[in-house]
Every structure is written in structure tokens, then in C-alpha cells.
Design a protein around this ligand. Structure first.
Ligand code: FPP
Ligand code: MG
Length: 299
């Protein structure tokens, strides 16, 4: 059986224990996505009962966080398919998130103590990151530090904990892998934020350039604000449905100021830092490939 299939089977078994058919019905409705975190864990820890369990726990926590996030963001699609809140209700999405998340924690409590500590601690970071994300959409944020802290907590922390925990399972230098995971996660979120601008809505599975309308001042907009002369005009477009003239103005300014290209370069730089921390490890080639897969997406 393909390894990622084994992870999916483990998740199924973990939910089957609930003995509640609706939980399995909802599980079937989730699309698993790229399973980046599992791929990372398996590259570092190899295939074993413990590594498959760790993958399942991490994917369940990640899925739970997205089920809650879709309610918070009022999103009707997830990975190009209708979200659980759209198909059922907000209540169902929250409750199913709670089932996934608590079942993951029960399993986690039976695992290596250090793994249990790092993974559970990260869920607090995720939750704070989500709260920061929501709070940062209230007013136009111009602080790069706040943006970086928020994406670290919301996205990079779970990837960091996954890499660290995988290294712990097989006795590798966990600090090196944690740093790799942290920088991989930061670059990953930055690229996601860049793709919101560069890709069309069909590829994204949601409207393009939505972040700014929703109040998210992501890295390209932070650079743009720093560099553009018409700061007040840019601010006046914040959280507004943009007409084509306004959209074109933003796109032109992205080019003129190099804000978009420099954001891509910044994400690449962080990606290289990730690679640097594991370059002397024996599985470094695989970890470089994971990074390349992620960074060399269509901009
Ligand atoms: C997606 O961000 C959201 C996250 C990566 C984290 C959400 C975290 C929580 C809701 C707290 C943790 C809760 C539990 C139950 C574990 P996004 O909205 O920027 O990305 P998107 O476009 O994929 O929705
Ligand atoms: Mg969201």
C-alpha cells in the first residue's frame, strides 16, 4: 500500500474508534490535500508504526484547524470542494473539528513524551496565530514583524513540530530538523500569499486577490506600501471590492516597485536557509526536493 494511503487508513481507524457513523461520513467528505506534513515526517523518520501514527495525528490536527478556520473565514470551499460548513453547517464543522482534534490528542498522549509535548504545545501556537490573523485584518497592518510572527504561529509552527518530532522518533538531531521545518513553513505561507496575487481564480479554487479585500496585508502588500508614493491611495483600496482600474493600478505598482518579485526572492531566501540547516544530514537530498517542489510552483 502506498504510504500516504497507510496514513489515511490510520486516520480512518482512529475515527472508527468513536463508534459514531456520522463521524466516518464526514471524514469521507474531507479532501486530504497534498499531505505535506506527512510527506515531511516520512522523509525524516522513514516508515514505521510510530511514524504513520505521528502522520495521522498531525493530519487530524491540521484538518481540525481548517474545519474551524473555514467557519471563522466563512469559506464555502476548501481545496476546490465544498467545505463542511457549506455542505452541512458551521456547527457541524466545529463539532467534527473537535472530534478530530480530541481523538488526535488521545493518541498523542500514548506516544513519546517529547513528541506529545511539542505537538500539543504547537496547537496553542496555531490558535494564537489564528487569533492574530483575525486581529490583523481589523486595521491596515504595516508591520512586517507582526506578519512574520503570525505566519510562524499559524502555519510554520506545526510544520516545525512535525519535523522535530519525526527526528526525535529516529534519534536524529532534532534542532536541525526543527529549523528546517520552521523555515519551510514560513516560505510555504509566503508563497501561498504570493499565489493569491499571481494565480487566477480557477487555479486557486477561490477568487484571486482576495486577501487584500479580506483585510490581509501579506508580504507583497507590505513591500508595496513601503515603496509606493501613493500610500493613502493604497490604504483607500484596503478591504474594498476592487474595480478593474483599481486592480490594474495595484498590479502595475507591484511591477514598478518590484514588491512582488522581492517577495518571491524573500520566500526563496528563507527556503535556502531551511536547506542550510540540514545540508550535512544523510537524507538532505529528499528534504531539498520537498523544498523545491514547494517553491518552484507557478508564480
Ligand atoms: C488557515 O489559514 C488556517 C490555519 C493554518 C490555522 C487555523 C488554526 C486554528 C483555527 C486554531 C487551531 C484549532 C484546532 C482545533 C486545532 P488561512 O485562512 O490563511 O488559509 P486558507 O486560505 O487555507 O483558509
Ligand atoms: Mg481560511
Amino acid at each position: 500500500m502506498e504510504v500516504l494511503e497507510q496514513v489515511k487508513k490510520k486516520i480512518y481507524e482512529f475515527i472508527e474508534v468513536c463508534n459514531y457513523p456520522k463521524a466516518l461520513e464526514l471524514l469521507e467528505k474531507l479532501s486530504t490535500g497534498k499531505m505535506l506534513r506527512s510527506k515531511l515526517i516520512l522523509k525524516i523518520a522513514g516508515l514505521s508504526e510510530d511514524s504513520i501514527k505521528l502522520c495521522a495525528v498531525v493530519e487530524m490536527i491540521h484538518a481540525a484547524s481548517l474545519l474551524h478556520d473555514d467557519v471563522i473565514d466563512e469559506a464555502d470551499t476548501r481545496r476546490g470542494k465544498p467545505s463542511i460548513n457549506a455542505l452541512y453547517s458551521d456547527k457541524t464543522s466545529i463539532m467534527f473539528g473537535d472530534i478530530l482534534y480530541s481523538r488526535a490528542f488521545t493518541e498523542l498522549s500514548q506516544m513519546d513524551k517529547r513528541v506529545a509535548y511539542h505537538i500539543s504545545n504547537t496547537v496553542t501556537e496555531l490558535s494564537i496565530g489564528e487569533m492574530m490573523d483575525v486581529d490583523l485584518t481589523l486595521t491596515f497592518n504595516t508591520s512586517y514583524d507582526k506578519y512574520l510572527t503570525m505566519i510562524y504561529k499559524k502555519t510554520a509552527s506545526l510544520i516545525e513540530a512535525s519535523a522535530r518530532s519525526a527526528a526525535i522518533l529516529v534519534g536524529l538531531d532534532s534542532e536541525k530538523y526543527a529549523l528546517y521545518g520552521k523555515n519551510l513553513g514560513l516560505a510555504f505561507q509566503m508563497i501561498d500569499d504570493i499565489l493569491d496575487i499571481t494565480q487566477d481564480s480557477e487555479t486557486l479554487g477561490k477568487p484571486a486577490m482576495l486577501d487584500f479585500v479580506e483585510g490581509k496585508v501579506t508580504i507583497p502588500y507590505l513591500y508595496l506600501y513601503e515603496r509606493v508614493e501613493e500610500k493613502d491611495y493604497l490604504k483607500s483600496l484596503y478591504k474594498k471590492e476592487l474595480n478593474s482600474e483599481e486592480l490594474n493600478w495595484i498590479k502595475t505598482k507591484f511591477k514598478e516597485t518590484n514588491a512582488l518579485n522581492d517577495s518571491i526572492n524573500e520566500a526563496r531566501k528563507i527556503g535556502l536557509e531551511a536547506i542550510n540547516s540540514i545540508k550535512d544530514e544523510k537524507n538532505s537530498k529528499d528534504l531539498v526536493d520537498i523544498m523545491k517542489d514547494m517553491i518552484e510552483r507557478e508564480f
